[in-house]
Design a protein around this ligand. Structure first.
Ligand SMILES: Cc1cc2nc3c(=O)[nH]c(=O)nc-3n(C[C@H](O)[C@H](O)[C@H](O)COP(=O)(O)OP(=O)(O)OC[C@H]3O[C@@H](n4cnc5c(N)ncnc54)[C@H](O)[C@@H]3O)c2cc1C
Ligand code: FES
Ligand code: FES
Length: 470
């Protein structure tokens, strides 16, 4: 039996098909039509609701998610707060009042989603440095974002009585007491052993972590997914631990948590995480999922190649390590066998004098897929001679690649403008990108050349925002 707390009522659901999305359930079965469907692909935020769970410190945590691409079955034992709950007593909730105060609505289609993102923001005990991150997943086509940003500033970090959640302790108790859920069509293993057993028992089931990619098969391609193995709560896939040489990041750790680690230890990666989808997407999306679909325009693979990371692949009996380059074998193809899964990513610490940068070019700053990603990891000696160099790129081939020909031309040579000019001149000979809606082949070649130039200038600028980890 699937049990979800929707607003302040626990709902017991005898059966929900594996691919039933939360938005459809809210609107069609619960009559909660405040959450809207705009794109059904996680892009617009009209469907935003808040998911409440317990964090590692046993505190309730409030995260906004896209109801359109979240499977209902993934929410067993969690509370979902919808826009209806905010004003259920007939008065505007403080976050709704902030939108009114700042003149933040016109046609109103985006407004329920905006309000729920602001609600999640208002529930953070430590206010974020940039409150507008919470709005990155909400598109508004008429009001403009200025008033919404002001509304975000109005609600961030302010203590208030929350009429939408008046009994936090009983919610916490219910979440803690909810038992695990296993059905014939939706398995949610919690250990490595259970995951291996589920894979044997349900050999044709689809693996999902955050589901932000898999759900699109249902909502965009109208496919039906009969059986799912949800790996978002497998213990060893959901933890981050420090090792002798770096960090082991479980494959199912949501990207917003991975971002916190990266910001601290790999500051040059902060922007790429900030721009990976939106915070709403990162609340559910994972590194395992990004590597699982192995998209040639995904941001994670070029990043991991540049950091010399390893991908840990498991089948329940034996774990193997692959470099990301070897792991991805072709267009959306990987070494994974049907019985295997990605269990973790191993990130080595950056050595002193290593300079690292990753650049993402996309049409929109946030919530947009990359046209090109270029990552550079470069070590020079005391004479400014290049000792080691990794150049990796996404968006320029059928898979994320390492630009080894360019690396070979750089190693052993002084890192000078003259060298950069020579390398840039070689770019058209070593890459052969496609033209598509995001950019022509020529544009992509020019981007790689210009990003190499940018890296050189940033390394030599006293105002560098990157890169030295000395
Ligand atoms: C609106 C939107 C914006 C996006 N923006 C970006 C972006 O800016 N940059 C970017 O790189 N990506 C982006 N994505 C793509 C995608 O969401 C991410 O790549 C995300 O990291 C996928 O993670 P997930 O856990 O949700 O994957 P899921 O949907 O759960 O899984 C994706 C695939 O990986 C497989 N899989 C999942 N976990 C594992 C595992 N541990 N082992 C083996 N296979 C596994 C699944 O079977 C499935 O085939 C975006 C997606 C959306 C919807
Ligand atoms: S409907 Fe657009 S993000 Fe869900
Ligand atoms: S108010 Fe119309 S889309 Fe935002």
């Amino acid at each position: 039996m699937l049990e979800v707390m929707i607003n302040d009522s626990v709902v017991q659901i005898d059966y929900a098909a594996a691919d039933t999305m939360l938005l459809n359930y809210l609107r069609e079965d619960q009559g909660l039509v405040g959450s809207k469907e705009g794109c059904a692909s996680g892009d617009c935020g009209a469907c935003t609701v808040v998911m409440v769970d317990i964090d590692a410190d046993e505190q309730l945590c409030y995260r906004q998610i896209n109801a359109c691409i979240t499977p209902l079955n993934a929410l067993h034992g969690k509370q979902i707060i919808t826009v209806e709950q905010l004003s259920k007593h007939g008065e505007l909730h403080p976050v709704q009042q902030a939108v009114v105060d700042q003149h933040g609505t016109q046609c109103g289609f985006c407004t329920p989603g905006v309000v729920m993102s602001l609600y999640a923001l208002s529930k953070q005990s430590t206010p974020p440095t940039n409150p507008t991150d919470y709005l990155a997943g909400n598109l508004c086509r008429c009001t403009g974002y200025g008033p919404l940003i002001e509304a975000a500033k109005q609600v961030a970090g302010v203590e208030y009585f929350d009429p939408a959640q008046t009994n936090e302790s009983s919610v916490k108790q219910w979440i803690k007491e909810s038992d695990s859920q296993q059905t014939l069509h939706y398995a949610k293993p919690s250990t490595r052993q259970e995951l291996a057993e589920a894979k044997t028992r349900m050999p044709s089931a689809k693996l999902i972590a955050g589901g932000t990619d898999v759900a699109l098969e249902v909502t965009q391609q109208l496919k039906s997914i009969k059986q799912i193995i949800d790996i978002s709560e497998v213990d060893e896939l959901t933890t981050i631990s420090e090792t002798k040489s770096g960090w082991r990041v479980g494959a199912s750790v949501p990207l917003y948590e991975v971002h916190q680690l990266m910001r601290e230890h790999f500051p040059s990666t902060d922007e790429i995480f900030e721009r990976l989808g939106s915070l709403t997407i990162r609340h559910r999306a994972t590194m395992g999922g990004s590597l699982g679909h192995a998209s040639p325009i995904g941001d994670i693979a070029p990043l991991l190649i540049s950091l010399n990371a390893k991908i840990e692949v498991d089948d329940g009996a034996e774990k193997r390590l692959y470099s990301p380059e070897d792991y991805i074998t072709g267009y959306r193809e990987t070494v994974l066998k049907p019985e295997q899964w990605i269990s973790a990513v191993l990130l080595p610490k950056l050595a002193p004098q290593q300079r690292h940068a990753i650049y993402k070019i996309s049409k929109r700053f946030e919530d947009d897929i990359s046209t090109v990603v270029l990552a550079i990891n470069l070590t020079t000696d005391g004479d400014n001679r290049i000792k080691r160099c990794i150049l990796s790129a996404g968006g320029i081939a059928a898979k994320s690649i390492r630009l080894r020909e360019l690396e070979r031309l750089m190693i052993g040579r002084p890192f000078t403008q003259l060298l950069v000019h020579k390398i840039k001149a070689c770019v058209p000979d070593v890459i052969n990108p496609l033209s598509d809606v995001r950019g022509s082949a020529e544009y992509r070649v020019a981007l790689i050349q210009n990003l190499l130039q940018r890296f050189y200038l940033e390394c030599n600028s006293i105002n560098t925002r990157l890169v030295s980890h000395a």
